[in-house]
Design a protein. Structure first.
Length: 342
């Protein structure tokens, strides 16, 4: 959540008038709610990105949701200040929207495991929906902080903005997420195109295989070009390098290696058709041309099956190696760059 983390306002004043003191306490109570939510958000995000157990992650998520609801309730119970409820209402609305986004976002993550992984379009739609939701939250955030600052100005309170350790960790976590999301989408399109390719091959569907092979060649080539400007993250280019390595594998597989498999499938299809016709002819009616055509199809099939098997075994090894490396580097990157938090 890009903007849920950015309000780090600390009130500092030496005014002694009761109205001003009350105003400081009023603002301070709201500021405390931001701090509590930020603490729970960082705790949850740290658990997710550092590969904690599902039980621990769920506990942290539950704590976060409980805190958001509690903070919203605390603010809603605040009385209007000198008869004015604008600040209270805008803050409560922001916390309410945060609660809705967190619930919807988590629901989408669950759906993502079962639905978004099925296609690139579904994955892209998921991330876009999340981005749009965060934009709405951003609007609510600006309204709320605007009212916060207006309240302070109206009551002669000086606000001192300061970077706390927590806010710094939250901001860095946000940057890590943005970077890894970009890299993941570049990986995911070719990953899915290759899955369609493997499915077509398993079904001996030559037409689908050629379509998927061309799609994979295009996505891998295009996204390799997009991977370059991704750059490094704080001098760490390991994720970018792993991305380029697996995209290069997909590109080579589609443009060069799978042509051997395609040729084999065509030879197999041709052999099966000729064999069916040959077997249907009684031995007494088979001509020399029939026999030569059949033998040629057998020889062509046999020569290609060995090459295809060898190529397929080689691709399987390289695919596993490339994918294992991508997953390993991805997890290590998150673990390294996401600030640790209790």
């Amino acid at each position: 959540m890009k903007r849920i983390f950015t309000l780090a306002l600390f009130v500092s004043t030496s005014f002694s008038l009761s109205a001003q003191s009350d105003a400081v306490a009023y603002l301070d109570l709201i500021g405390q709610q931001f701090q509590k939510i930020s603490h729970e958000m960082m705790s949850y995000t740290s658990a997710v990105n550092h590969g904690k157990s599902a039980r621990k992650i769920e506990k942290r998520r539950s704590d976060l949701l409980s805190q958001v609801k509690a903070s919203e309730g605390t603010v809603r119970r605040m009385k209007p200040f000198n008869g004015v409820s604008t600040l209270r209402d805008s803050m409560a609305a922001y916390f309410k929207m945060t609660d809705q986004l967190l619930n919807q976002d988590y629901a989408r993550i669950v759906d993502m495991e079962e639905i978004a992984e099925q296609s690139y379009d579904a994955m892209e739609a998921y991330l876009l929906a999340k981005e749009k939701a965060e934009e709405k939250l951003d609007v609510a955030y600006k309204i709320a902080t605007g009212q916060y600052e207006t309240f302070a100005g109206d009551n002669n309170i000086k606000l001192v903005k300061s970077e706390s350790e927590l806010s710094t960790k939250l901001e860095k976590t946000n940057l890590v997420t943005q970077y890894t999301n970009k890299a993941y989408l570049l990986f995911f399109k070719s990953y899915k195109n290759e899955a369609y390719l493997m499915d077509a091959m398993s079904r001996n569907d030559i037409t689908a295989l050629e379509q998927s092979r061309n799609a994979l060649a295009t996505s891998a080539t295009d996204d390799l070009q997009k991977a370059g400007p991704l750059g490094s993250f704080e001098g760490d280019a390991t994720l970018k390098t792993a991305l380029q390595q697996i995209l290069n594998f997909y590109k080579t597989e589609a443009k060069d290696k799978m042509k051997v498999i395609s040729d084999f499938m065509l030879a197999k299809d041709n052999y099966e058709k000729i064999k069916k016709s040959f077997d249907a002819l009684p031995a007494s009616k088979r001509t020399k041309e029939n026999v030569d055509t059949f033998n040629k199809a057998v020889a062509d099939f046999n020569s290609k099956v060995n090459v295809a098997n060898s190529m397929n075994n080689d691709l399987n090894k390289k695919r596993k190696s490339s994918l294992d490396n991508w997953n390993k580097v991805y997890e290590e990157f998150l673990d390294k760059h996401t600030p640790k938090y209790k």
